[in-house]
Ligand binder design. Structure first.
Ligand SMILES: O=C(O)[C@H](O)[C@@H](O)[C@H](O)[C@H](O)COP(=O)(O)O
Length: 237
C-alpha cells in the first residue's frame, strides 16, 4: 500500500499561507480554464472549515476565467442554513463569489429543514444531476481526527460514503457537530485534479500517520490516500 501511495501523492510545501493560497488558486484556475476549453463548462468542489478562506479570496479575484461557465459546490456541508456562521455555503459566498467570481453559479448541498432526511437529500441529488462532470478540481481539507469531507471516524454511513455512487448522502458522527451531507468518495474522485489543502505542523503529523498502516475507519482520509488517485498536497506551516 505504501508504494502505491508514494507514487500518487505529490507533497508541496509553501513558505506561508498567502503564498500557498496564491499557488493553489493558480493551479485550480488552470484546471477550470482547461475544463472550459475541453467541455464548455467547469465545476469545482471545495471544502469549508477554517483553512480555505485565503484560497477562496485568491481564486475569486482571478479575472481570466469565464466565471459564467463555472459551477461551484462543496465537498460537504453542515446541515445549517446560510444564516449560520457554521455554513460552508456562507463562507464560499463571502470569500469567493465576489468580484470576478460573482457570476459563477453555486450549487448548495443544504436543501432546507433541520435534518438531512431522505427527501432533503433527494432534493440535493436532483440539483447535482446538473453539475458538469467530471469536476475540474476537488479541494479537500483534513481534520486532526483524520476526517476529510464528512468522512468522519464513527460516521453512521461511513461505509456507504466511501463506496456509493451518491452523488451525496447524509452522515452523522460524534465529532461532526451537526448532521452533515457529503459527496461520496467515488464521486469526489471523478475529477481532473484532486488537492488536499492543510496548514500547520499538527496536520502534517496527522497526514504522516494517515499514510502509515492502520484502518480506514480510524482515519477515513486513508480511503482517499489509498485510492490510487493522484493527489497534490498543499501544505505550509
Ligand atoms: O465542513 C467541514 O468542516 C469540512 O469541509 C471539513 O472536511 C474540513 O475540511 C476539515 O474539518 C478541516 O477543517 P479546518 O480547515 O477547520 O481544520
Amino acid at each position: 500500500m505504501k508504494e502505491r501511495t508514494d507514487v500518487t501523492i505529490d507533497r508541496r510545501s509553501f513558505a506561508d499561507k498567502s503564498t500557498l493560497a496564491r499557488e493553489l488558486a493558480e493551479s485550480v484556475a488552470d484546471r477550470i480554464r482547461a475544463a472550459i476549453a475541453e467541455r464548455g463548462s467547469a465545476s469545482i468542489a471545495v471544502s469549508g472549515g477554517s483553512t480555505p478562506g485565503k484560497f477562496f479570496q485568491a481564486l475569486g479575484k482571478t479575472r481570466d476565467i469565464d466565471w459564467e461557465k463555472v459551477v461551484v459546490t462543496l465537498v460537504d456541508e453542515r446541515w445549517v442554513d446560510e444564516t449560520s456562521d457554521r455554513s460552508n455555503a456562507l463562507l464560499v459566498n463571502e470569500k469567493m463569489l465576489q468580484g470576478p467570481a460573482a457570476t459563477a453559479r453555486f450549487f448548495p448541498l443544504y436543501s432546507g429543514g433541520t435534518e438531512p432526511d431522505a427527501a432533503q437529500v433527494a432534493k440535493t441529488n436532483a440539483l447535482m444531476a446538473d453539475l458538469p462532470r467530471p469536476f475540474a478540481a476537488v479541494i479537500l481539507g483534513m481534520g486532526n481526527d483524520g476526517h476529510t469531507a464528512s468522512f468522519f471516524p464513527g460516521g453512521d454511513t461511513l461505509d456507504e460514503a466511501l463506496s456509493a455512487e451518491g452523488p451525496t448522502l447524509a452522515i452523522r458522527a460524534p465529532g461532526a457537530g451537526e448532521p452533515r451531507i457529503t459527496f461520496t468518495l467515488p464521486r469526489l474522485l471523478e475529477t481532473d485534479g484532486l488537492y488536499l489543502h492543510i496548514e500547520g505542523d499538527e496536520k502534517a503529523t496527522v497526514l504522516d500517520a494517515a499514510l502509515g498502516e492502520g484502518a480506514v475507519e480510524d482515519m477515513p482520509i486513508r480511503a482517499v490516500l489509498r485510492s490510487g488517485a493522484p493527489i497534490s498536497v498543499y501544505w505550509c506551516p
